[in-house]
Ligand binder design. Structure first.
Ligand code: ASP
Length: 349
């Protein structure tokens, strides 16, 4: 009798336990992410993508994720992980940062980048540089080796030479694909020659079937000490006016990190991100309103859309929860969890 009684209790307890286990979302990795990257948002449609191109993009994202993960795994700082991952993407011509950057209206490459340390709120950024191989490293040098936050153009390049940052010839950044992208954009523009030259995504003009991705790169990371960092690097937007600066190097607009809340890197139509102060707004929504990273991410992308802009962002909170919202057709994006599991996504669904 007694044994039967215990058997029944044991059976019931097991059933309850099993039920509880089955109710847990099997792939929910809340709180497990350590590094998230993006390679730009825009009209990225599967039907326009060749398998070769997709493989190259995936390989680039994977290499960046592995680089960043390696740093964190070895006990390195989130700042080092962010810089390391972004350098990989800057060197990869598939992305609109460093080599492979888009062209300005007058046929040059002008690069913007920013990095921010969530533990100290220190930040550094560069805008409109033309000869810096890895703008993210120059942004970090501005943060660590100058008394400033933001440096632009020639002065930033002079500073780079002084602190030993690698300088290359302007021709280093040129790729045929981006050059053709400018020619296409110029052709569209001449039809609207009285309009401002800032790049208007073709779908906004009713022109379809044009590969219109933005391609900026960004990274957010959380290290073993609980420190957050964020970085963004870009060539900006095709056919941007000479001297135009986007959101990426503007702290609080395209890039922001704060150990109390979240690390954010944005990609999209920069003017709208600047006007919405997107990255800081996301952090403020979490801070003041108690929103989760997912809720705050959705809210700020909605605000960008409401104003007429498009793009996306990646965000990683202090507890390792992440969000990757966007309102474009796709966004190159990827994440790695504590246990080294890598996820890479491109399209909406
Ligand atoms: N946000 C960047 C800019 O406006 C472009 C991009 O994300 O690709 O410069």
């Amino acid at each position: 009798m007694r044994n039967k009684y215990f058997d029944t209790i044991f059976f019931l307890a097991s059933a309850v336990l099993l039920g509880a286990c089955m109710q847990q979302k099997p792939v929910s990795q809340a709180g497990n992410y350590v590094l998230v990257i993006h390679g730009g948002a825009g009209t990225i449609l599967k039907k326009n993508m060749t398998p070769e191109r997709e493989a190259l993009v995936r390989a680039g994202l994977e290499a960046a994720l592995k680089k960043g993960y390696g740093v964190i795994q070895a006990g390195g700082s989130s700042l080092d992980a962010v810089e390391g991952a972004i350098r990989i993407l800057e060197d990869d011509p598939m992305f609109n940062a460093g080599k492979g950057a888009v062209f300005t209206h007058d046929g040059r490459n002008e690069l913007d980048a920013a990095i921010m340390d969530g533990s100290t709120l220190a930040a550094g950024s560069v805008a409109g540089v033309r000869t810096i191989k890895n703008p993210i490293s120059l942004a970090r040098a501005v943060m660590e080796k100058s008394e400033h936050v933001m440096m632009a153009g020639r002065g930033a390049e002079q500073f780079a030479a002084e602190v030993g940052i690698e300088i290359v010839d302007t021709s280093y950044f040129r790729t045929e694909e981006r050059w053709q992208g400018l020619r296409k954009a110029l052709a569209e523009d001449s039809a609207k020659s009285k309009l401002d030259h800032s790049y208007i995504p073709p779908h906004k003009l009713g022109i379809v079937n044009i590969d219109n991705k933005f391609g900026t790169v960004g990274c957010v990371a959380l290290d073993k000490k609980g420190n957050l960092a964020a970085g963004t690097s870009t060539g900006g937007m095709t056919n941007k006016k000479y001297g135009r600066i986007g959101d990426a190097p503007i702290i609080g607009a395209g890039t922001y990190a704060n150990n109390q809340t979240v690390a954010v890197s944005c990609t999209g139509w920069g003017e709208f991100y600047i006007r919405n102060v997107v990255a800081y707004d996301l952090s403020a929504l979490m801070d003041y309103k108690g929103l989760t990273v997912e809720e705050a991410g959705k809210a700020v992308i909605k605000k960008v859309g409401d104003l007429g802009g498009d793009g996306g962002l990646i965000a990683l909170d202090k507890n390792g929860n992440m969000a990757m919202p966007f309102n474009t057709e796709g966004m190159y994006r990827g994440a790695v969890t504590k246990d080294g599991k890598i996820e890479i996504l491109i399209y909406k669904n």
